[in-house]
Design a protein around this ligand. Sequence first.
Ligand code: GMT
Length: 396
Amino acid sequence: MEPRLSIGILCHPTYGGSGVIASELALSLAGRGHAVHLFSHRVPPRLARSPGPVTMHRSQGLPYPLFSSTPHDLATTSNILRVHRSEGLDLLHAHYALPHAVSAVLAQSAAGADSSLKPPAVITTLHGTDVTIVGSDPSYAPLTQYLIEASDVATAVSNSLAAQTRAHFCLAANRGCDIEVVPNFVDTDRFRPHAGDPSEGASSIHPQPHAVHVSNFRAVKRVPWLIEAFGRATEGTDATLTLVGDGPDQQQAFQRARELGLERRVCFLGERDALPELLAPADVFLLTSREESFGLSALEAMSCGTPVVATAVGGVPEVVLDGETGLLASPDDQVAYAAKLKGLLFDRPRARSMGHAARKSVLDRFSRDRIVSQYEALYRRVLARREQANTCEKGG
Ligand code: GMT
């Protein structure tokens, strides 16, 4: 039997995306018998709603007048060292390069300076804007490049993001170019067709065509553009759209819906935990991002048997198979996007058949068990490699 590992996971406490993946991974690894510690400056919502045996370490830096802002990341590093000294962590898995890979690499280096401690391995998972927007900005690019190289292994959530990472950071041949692709995953038991429907799908709870979108309402998601496209596709009909989530563009989106006279057909729900119950009854899930390394909310919708109409950007075509599990359009062509949406939203048999294909594709390619096993195998490979390097060093 493989030995039980002691694992530290670092993440942003976000409602979606990397915060969800890190929390679900932590819970799954704990469910497999590993000792799992999660480090973040708040409890991520997906962890908070679970009773799973993950030890949460909330980093609270000391506010002090000398600091321009409270350095919670330094408190995270300190927390890791405290746990490492008392329990011995085998590895640190940083989700989103900044600032978590900094904390992980620094903790590894500090542990290495103490001969009584065995430094933990560092795995960094790149999620998207940590490479494309934040990490590539001149203010952070050299540090991001260093972190990718300094990690024992860096992973990316799609082939597209791996290629972008290589293009941004791996022009010179260095060991940081070794980027593995480990895609995101979904809990297919929770995100399932007919979730929350007591009659298990005997009839849809939305008699009229119904679309749904879930996001953090950041500019990159283009929610006002999505509302315009929905307006074009559904003019003169009683089709409805539910928007789930919250973020910087929410007011602008609300305003756009009002300007277009859609306020009675577009419903803003804000952040909700009941995502499967909101995704499963929809005819179509909409995604209109300008860039997207993966599109976890689209995957969650597909797992509920809801097909996706999305912009063909970044890693989205790896998740949504055009013509099979959804439809893709150029991010620069709202007319084409609206035409594809119209073609699917008002053709329930077609939407249902694509929804079945979407569910099957998720079960075949992105199930939680499959991807957590991929991470577990990666951890063991990295640890074996470090062990071997250590033995060689000692042997002369
Ligand atoms: O970058 C963001 O805006 C948030 C980020 C995150 O940390 O959640 O989202 C990225 O990671 C998700 C999880 O891997 C992916 O599903 C999203 O596609 C990705 N967002 C972008 O690339 C814009």
